[in-house]
Design a protein around this ligand. Sequence first.
Ligand code: GLY
Ligand code: MN
Ligand code: MN
Length: 461
Amino acid sequence: MNPSLYAQRRARVAAQLSPGGIAIVPTAPERQRNRDSDYLFRHDSYFYYLSGFSEPNAWLVITADGRSTLFCQPKDPEREIWDGLRLGPGAAPEALGVDAAYPIGQLDSELPRLLENQATVWFPFATHAGLESRIDGWLGKVRARVRFGALCPAEQRDLCAVLDEMRLFKDAEEQAIMRRAAQISAQGHVRAMRRCVAMLRAGEDLREYHLDAELLHEFRQHGSQYPAYGSIVAAGANACVLHYRADQAPIRDGELVLIDAGCELDGYASDITRSFPANGRFSGPQRALYELVLASQDAAVAETRPGARFTAPHEAAVKVLAQGLLDLGLLDGKKVGSVDDVIANRSYFPFYMHRTGHWLGMDVHDCGSYVEPGEQGQVSERRDPISGETIKDRPSRILRPGMVLTVEPGLYVRPAPGVPEAFHHIGIRIEDDAIVTDTGCELITRGVPVEPDEIEALMRG
Ligand code: GLY
Ligand code: MN
Ligand code: MN
């Protein structure tokens, strides 16, 4: 992305720091996997949002006067032979548009100087282990100088509150990257569906990891750096395990496969789930449940529009699912009552136990308040019908153009008394990514079909 975009974001942060405020943002730490091998480094999202800089060992400091200072790895010809080129503090101001840059080794000496005479220190609370004590150490050095007339910041504030609200609204450049990430992910799903049916037809020993490999191939083939989260490829009953990971279970003729996978592209996530018949043809019970989940997703998508509450798509999906569970005999109306009773008592919960969506952005479960900021004080209490606990509700966030969220209803049927056997072990989720527009929403993940006939056609072809 254009470096001026990051500069604009830093300026927006600076404008929100109290007079005399200073904001400190480290990138993510490098993490050891074993001995001298590290996990693949992934920058901190807040840091990257403000810098566009993805090297490890870097910190960004922004002050209310609009100045930004980067601390980064110094040029080091020997280390660069092993680990790759470093930007270095010499080139950083021009490349990243920061006002000053220092080698990371000067962080402990420069920070007390930068903190001196500031009123408020802002940093992301509860996100980086050890950050507070690091800041305490610098503040201690400032305090040691108060008898020489220095002022020590007297207030600490959570920078997440500022950044979360900014990140919640995706600008045109971010939306463009997210569309591209979604398109790549959709192609990955298409590729996995085709490979699935082809291997089954050829009588090969098809495993979940074969489809995981297809997803990864497509992601990397189009420049995605890595999957946005651990890909779920779940055959048959494994689909009822919500956080199942692609493993080595065989995929058999007659089973459904649930794939929940999305790539990360240039720092932005995508998040798609499709459920499809391994052999390319839905059975009767599979199709009945699939069509129900799809109808609930349609209802949720219709509620994903500006002015609606974040909870509206969930409520719409639950209403359709609850009625469908009664119609299909998964819930017995004589026992659970009407659809309104099913919703009020959450009798659908054994089959649908998660929410219908979440914010999506740099993080797959992206930041951003789910409560409408101007209405935080309006607390109402209700009793949870299942746990009996008292829940405090605050008015849910009102959707606005530029917000991005997933729409992902599902049904997961475990064997239980009274549940028709034909539906046992079927797990279905349909997940698409939606950008809220001026009039409704744009589904950016429909490069992979959701209509059952279209899925069957794709797998035949
Ligand atoms: N893939 C994580 C989720 O759907 O929320
Ligand atoms: Mn999701
Ligand atoms: Mn997902």
